[in-house]
Design a protein around this ligand. Sequence first.
Ligand code: NDP
Ligand code: 2IT
Length: 405
Amino acid sequence: MNRQALLSASLSPTVSLTFKVPWVDDSGKVHVNLGYRIQFNNAIGPYKGGLRFHPSVNLSILKFLGFEQIFKNSLTTLPMGGGKGGSDFDPKGKSNAEIMRFCQSFMLELWKMIGPETDVPAGDIGVGGREIGFMYGMYKKLTREHTGVLTGKGINWGGSLIRPEATGFGAVYFAHEMLKTKNQDFKGKTVAVSGFGNVAWGAVQKVTELGGKVVTISGPDGYIYDPDGISGEKIHYMLELRSSNQDIVKPYSYEFPNAQFHQGKRPWEVKCDVALPCATQNELGKEDALTLIKNGVMCVAEGANMPSTPEAIEAFQEHKVMFAPGKAVNAGGVATSGLEMSQNSMKLNWATEEVDMRLHQIMKSIHEQCAKYGTQPDGYINYVKGANVAGFLKVANAMLDQGVL
Ligand code: NDP
Ligand code: 2IT
């Protein structure tokens, strides 16, 4: 069989569906958004990946996210293929009832192509526990089945403990493994985090637990610099800000007067030892990378999907700064989704300690795989190469085993 032809055929998704999502707002006005689901590759398990609700969503963005998801899911060591989906719907400023009507309408189309052994969507930007609940309710009504078709479910109806924190916790476990290669840890380290969503929140919490000081968070309006560190009640306040559906971080600086708000700026100008971009794609460019390097950053670990531009990654690698890509660093989210699927199949719930222990173990194993395939003769670990090679090999071998499909 021509291996190259078979593998290059896989550069296109198996299925790429676009559908309309009509919904009615609280004033009775009808809106129509576009919904998408991309089923990219199911060589090693059912299609698996998040749903993103954000006005910037289009097929092109979902295709790159779905492609990355294939290799991320392979790295987790769990049997999950790659997919992604979402809508250009903007949840910002919408009422609870509007979000519910939108999610129900979205699922009225999506349900036909998903299932616990076929395709298992989850959350991403703009999709958290509330949205998963509304979509799950509609799926259940349409199919008359209570199954593990979505992950990120509520803890009382099939969800897993630790899933909300998992991406951020996993990212910090991975960064900790990176630091360990230099006989270092988080104690006493200054850490810059971007974003203030689901991933950023878990990362801030875990860095603080491990003895580091997080000094920044950010939103699309700018970033907060808090020299006293973002911990304790401040993390709870960050969650409150997030649940207000406003997507601005400025109010943090009114609540905690030592904190400064930097309008329209990114956190990468702050002096830090570790940088964790946790907001969105292309949020860290070459100039940001050079500023971080000048200020002595030693480790950059991507909590978000593709937040660093290719030029920024090149700069980190040229200067031998430890840099690891999202597909390795943020794989703890989907890995814990995989653990949720296992619990659903067995119809039981693991305790917090058990899920956290498994997550920690998976992140260590991903780090080992990256080091195995990415360590250069001079000892520098090229985590981008390591993650790509390790993730790809498993999928490619499975595809070759299964033939032309
Ligand atoms: P959330 O929706 O919880 O938070 C993302 C937040 O970042 C939004 O409030 C968004 O605001 C904000 N944001 C968008 N652009 C910027 C920007 N340029 N600067 C600062 N903030 C910005 O999403 P998540 O935390 O779930 O996702 C964050 C990233 O992590 C994404 O790249 C996602 O794909 C990735 N990820 C998420 C996983 C998960 O389990 N949730 C798993 C693995 C990766 P606004 O809406 O106004 O733009
Ligand atoms: O980008 C990602 O890995 C996610 N949004 C989580 C996907 C999942 O299926 O849990």
